[in-house]
Design a protein around this ligand. Structure first.
Ligand code: AMP
Length: 459
């Protein structure tokens, strides 16, 4: 018999809200974490986004706080980005809706006035990014002496973003006697260090091996010789409006993201597509994310700023238009689809100079990403001279990075090898893999198979 939410003995208000949210059964991290948190233990949870980790800490905290009390926060949740902070706030509001518990979210990028006014009204739970929390604390807007619960979410991201100093300062200003919960997708050395400073005899809960993509995501890789062909492939996939209902396209730079956005906007009109990246104002980003969440738009083009904390259910596909160079981002990007108990597809386009990163990603996730032949209808463009040169130069750099002795083979003859798909070095390997029917596929998704079967049939 599987554990149900009733087994946690949560109060009626919370159970009703859980049921309104459509959660029928707890996810594995919820199964493992809720009871120990309720019993007062410190927790170190190794879990990616998409596993249901937010509810795993929010539900027991709400249960312990019960109802509004005094003016000052009793729970503090620290998150690395404003997107994640907003996401957590949304979860808290969803589950606290039948209680009178008050939540305030604090993050930078907006003037602090509204946030200060919210704090003045009285608060039970603060969700904040580290910098803004400290600013408002130092200005005297936050009284920390009643804080009993502290959560650090996505601690690995927090360390990557250089928040260790701010975290230490926050730990100095909160009461020593408190319950601590730390969540992280991976267990790096810095996370280990911060957890030592933060947690007391923690119960360690791990729901998936380090950096393992969620089981509900099926992955696919296309080797694509150049940018033009990537665009052709993208257009081909997007034609399938039945399957590709709600998708995020990840790009490595703001420029690529803007270019893809304009390309799609010309094709589909601005009703169907939006772009989010760091140069977009905070409000524009929020509006775009909300429009996407509410299903008003079909396609969200994004850089990695959006790959964390963005929680949208029913994302049918994640397309990595570019392979992420920070390889850990691969897991975070594809975690946008196949969220809790749903399935999703993650498709990666890989140019010859990106194979280097795919190799590293495959080592990280300890899986081979199943590779597919280019669908028949996709026109494979020749690689223009300049792009060929860039690809060859990039490959040289990669070789030199791995082997400082490497002299560099960058010259015209080598560059020719990257022209067109037939001469792409990787092609024989691609074919060899696909000649074993289904050999490369590990995880199945009916939807995804359907798309690719169509492609195969056409041959
Ligand atoms: P998280 O890992 O906390 O970002 O959650 C990922 C997604 O899973 C969110 O959309 C949650 O609303 C959803 N979710 C969390 N727990 C459950 C559950 N027990 N049943 C169904 N969906 C859930």
């Amino acid at each position: 018999m599987s554990i149900t939410f009733e087994d946690f003995k949560l109060n009626k208000q919370i159970l009703n809200a859980v049921s309104d949210a459509g959660y029928t059964l707890p996810t594995p991290i919820q199964e493992k974490a809720i009871m120990p948190i309720l019993s007062g233990q410190d927790i170190m949870g190794i879990a990616q986004t998409g596993t249901g980790k937010t509810a795993a800490f929010v539900l027991p905290i709400l249960m312990k706080l019960k109802f509004a009390q005094g003016n000052d926060a009793r729970a503090l949740i620290i998150a690395p980005t404003r997107e994640l902070a907003m996401q957590i706030e949304e979860n808290v509001k969803t589950f606290a809706k039948y209680t009178d518990l008050r939540t305030v979210v604090l993050f930078g990028g907006l003037g602090p006035k509204t946030q200060i006014n919210e704090l003045k009204k009285g608060v039970d739970i603060i969700i904040a990014t580290p910098g803004r929390f400290l600013d408002l604390y130092l200005e005297g807007h936050i009284n920390t002496q009643f804080i009993k619960f502290m959560v650090m979410d996505e601690a690995d991201k927090m360390m990557d973003m250089g928040f260790i100093g701010s975290i230490h300062r926050i730990l100095e200003v909160v009461p020593r006697k408190r319950q601590n919960l730390l969540f992280s997708a991976t267990m790096s050395e810095l996370v280990h260090k911060i957890s030592g400073d933060f947690l007391k005899h923690p119960t360690i809960i791990e729901v998936a091996a380090q950096a393992t993509p969620a089981d509900t995501v099926s992955q696919a890789l296309y080797k694509v010789p150049n940018l033009k062909t990537k665009l052709n492939l993208l257009q081909h996939l997007l034609k399938d409006t039945e399957d590709f209902t709600r998708l995020i396209i990840f790009c490595k730079t703001k420029t690529v993201a803007d270019n893809i956005f304009h390309f799609l906007e010309r094709r589909y009109g601005n009703e169907q597509v939006r772009v989010i990246h760091a140069n977009k104002g905070q409000n524009t980003r929020i509006n775009s994310i909300n429009a996407f969440k509410e299903g008003q738009i079909r396609i969200l083009v994004a850089t990695d700023v959006a790959s964390r904390g963005l929680d949208v259910s029913n994302v049918s596909h994640v397309i990595n238009f570019d392979v992420p160079i920070i390889i850990e981002d691969y897991v975070h990007r594809i975690g946008r689809t196949g969220r809790a108990l749903q399935t999703g597809d993650a498709i990666t386009f890989c140019s010859p100079s990106e194979e280097y990163y795919v190799d590293k990603i495959e080592k990280l996730i300890r899986q081979t990403i199943p590779q597919f032949n280019m669908p028949e209808d996709v026109f494979v463009d020749d690689t223009p001279y300049e792009e060929r040169q860039n690809i060859a130069r990039e490959i040289d750099l990669q070789k030199r990075r791995d082997d400082p002795e490497f002299k560099g083979a960058f010259h015209e003859k080598k560059a020719k090898n990257t022209k067109g798909v037939k001469t792409t070095k990787t092609e024989p390997k691609a074919k060899a893999r696909n000649n074993k029917p289904g050999a490369a596929r590990r995880k199945k998704s009916v939807k995804f198979d359907a798309v690719h079967k169509k492609d195969r049939k056409k041959k």
